[in-house]
Design a protein around this ligand. Structure first.
Ligand SMILES: C[S@@+](CC[C@H](N)C(=O)[O-])C[C@H]1O[C@@H](n2cnc3c(N)ncnc32)[C@H](O)[C@@H]1O
Length: 279
């Protein structure tokens, strides 16, 4: 049995093609998702079969054919090897997540960040997750943190269905409240001033929704996990400047507790998070 993808493809791909392959794949439960440069497209089926040889539990290999896009942050996928399936169950930090990769956003690369946030939650906190997807942050927080309540909002009906299922599978229904709807409308109509901590894990909308995060916090303040994009030479300063100005406009103050680059997003652009104490 080949030890790795390169070994499995030796003799079938040239050295140049092997170099292009990199490690551009994620294994999510029994599905592997690959991103291939155009030059490797004629070899996509070979690559898919090789992935299944190396990762014996993988039953399906999908090629990502579009960027993550649209309001629901989903992507187009094409079957290149194995069974035609897009639903899978993924295990992370002692939790199980069922997701349909074609209908709902999911990234195993955020596992560390999800656990980091969960470990910051203090006993009895109320947490509001504005962009919860299939509920991964919310469930990990409920399992590992000691939150008394986690409001878990998403606008995508498919994500909401999986969120409900994941709350059930992980037995956190006494703490996690799934809510289908637009985060702004939900906060304004029923969740104003309730949270000790607000998560906004959608960098594309985080600035537009920063006022919503402030509105969701208790009047005395709390913590906002503000996910944004940062450029290499000034990773965090523009995000912090934005947050300070946006908070000041609402009569609030910001103290930076922590800043981290989570992963590379594009050339010299990173997905970053700022943990902000708002008072
Ligand atoms: C990057 S994903 C969140 C991923 C999730 N936190 C996780 O760990 O898997 C962003 C989510 O925000 C949702 N979304 C987009 N606009 C929204 C809005 N206005 N209100 C609520 N949810 C929204 C999308 O449907 C998507 O599921």
């Amino acid at each position: 049995m080949p030890k790795n993808l390169r070994e499995a493809l030796k003799g079938q791909l040239s050295d140049e093609e092997l170099k292009q392959l990199g490690r551009a794949f994620d294994v999510i439960g029994n599905i592997a998702v690959v991103k291939l440069p155009d030059g490797l497209l004629p070899k996509k089926h070979l690559i898919g079969e090789a992935l299944m040889q190396v990762h014996r539990h993988v039953r399906t290999v999908l090629r990502q054919t579009s960027a993550v896009r649209g309001e629901f942050r989903t992507r187009e996928l094409e079957l290149i090897a194995g069974e035609p399936e897009t639903e899978t169950t993924y295990h992370e930090s002692g939790c199980s997540f069922k997701v349909d990769l074609a209908k709902v956003y999911f990234s195993p690369r955020l596992a560390h960040e999800r656990l980091r946030i969960a470990q910051l939650v203090k006993p009895g906190e109320t947490v509001t997750n504005l962009f919860a997807g299939a509920g991964c942050y919310s469930v990990v927080i409920a399992k590992h943190g000691q939150a008394s309540r986690v409001y878990s909002i998403d606008k995508n009906p498919a994500a909401f269905d999986y969120m409900q299922e994941n709350i059930r599978i992980n037995k956190v229904g006494d703490r996690v409240v799934p809510i289908l709807g637009d985060a702004r409308e939900v906060i304004e109509s029923r969740l104003k001033g309730k949270a000790d901590r607000v998560l906004m894990p959608l960098p594309e909308l985080a600035r537009e929704f920063f006022d919503v995060a402030l509105l969701a916090l208790k009047p005395e303040g709390g913590v906002v996990h503000f996910y944004d994009f940062g450029e290499e030479l000034e990773l965090f300063a523009p995000s912090l400047k934005f947050a300070r100005a946006a908070a000041a406009a609402k009569g609030r103050k910001v103290e930076l507790l922590e800043s981290r680059a989570i992963r590379s997003y594009a050339t010299r652009v990173y997905h970053v998070v700022l943990d902000l104490k708002i008072s």
